[in-house]
Design a protein around this ligand. Structure first.
Ligand code: KIV
Length: 273
């Protein structure tokens, strides 16, 4: 039996069956090392296009390319064996037509080995979701605050505070669920709306800044670990402060290098006696 055949990953149908049951835990991962650390502790790893801001220092997710997502997606699949892996389709690789979306999603699945793709948008994307799902591509939707639409939304503020916005986002979630998405990320919406969506769609809802009313949660790992910037969004709980630990390790290393305390005898190769 090959090593690949021994891997038992959490599957998309297993996640879909969690609707209304034990909440689903998802964290972002972009690298082999982070995937290895998180793999045994979460249900899914999301290779989010947030990597554009977190790893590459970009101002938004818009410049992220399909090649970037595929490279990081493949790394996360290589670094994990248990968690299901879902990879974001980046901006402008799926909105033009359902055929364009199929080509992008097919590359992501074939070249990374991930289980599903995630795409942003509501009613306008329902036909595309249906097209992908009918062709064997599991889709996670993403509604509410959709970062790829930052220019149209005018920023990253929470959504669903007006009746009109609530009505629109609920319609978006229903359309994506009816089109066959197995799961939908609900980002940055008021709690009553997240609850209403969760109660009215068959897809597993995954909240980020959308309250515990959802069927599961996702966070950006670097936020949860205190690795990304001093500002903590309201919806993030920091479970660790790794930033100062990294800085302290770098400071101690440089002090050792400058005083020649590193490398010590135990780190040095000697000729055979
Ligand atoms: O890109 C990402 O990391 C995401 C999550 C924040 C849901 O889409």
């Amino acid at each position: 039996m090959s090593a690949t055949a021994q891997v038992k990953r959490i599957t998309v149908p297993e996640i879909a069956a969690r609707k209304g049951k034990e909440p689903v835990s998802i964290l972002t991962a972009y690298t082999v090392s982070m995937a290895r650390l998180l793999d045994q502790h979460v249900d899914m790893l999301l290779v989010g296009d947030s990597l554009g801001m977190v790893l590459y220092g970009l101002d938004s997710t818009l410049p992220v390319t399909l090649d970037m997502m595929i490279a990081h997606g493949a790394a996360v699949v290589r670094g994990s064996s248990r968690a299901g892996v879902v990879v974001d389709l980046p901006w402008a690789t799926y909105q033009e037509s359902r055929e364009q979306a199929f080509r992008a999603a097919a590359r992501v699945l074939a070249e990374t080995g991930c289980a599903a793709v995630k795409l942003e948008g509501g009613e306008e994307m329902a036909e595309t979701v249906d097209f992908l799902v009918r062709r064997g591509i599991p889709v996670m939707g993403h509604v509410g605050l959709t970062p790829q639409a930052v220019n149209a939304l005018g920023g990253y503020r929470a959504r669903g505070r007006s009746d009109a916005e609530q009505h629109k986002i609920l319609g978006d979630a229903r359309a994506i669920a009816e089109a066959g998405a197995f799961s939908i990320v609900i980002e940055g919406v008021v709690e009553p709306l997240a609850r209403q969506i969760t109660e009215s769609v068959s897809a597993v809802t995954i909240g980020i800044g959308a309250s515990a009313a959802c069927d599961g949660q996702v966070l950006v790992s670097d936020d949860l670990l205190g690795l990304f910037g001093a500002f903590t969004p309201k919806f993030v709980k920091r479970y660790a402060e790794l930033g100062p630990l990294v800085e302290e390790a770098a400071r101690a290393y440089t002090a050792d290098v400058r005083s020649r305390a590193f490398p010590g005898p135990e780190h040095v190769f000697q000729p055979k006696k």
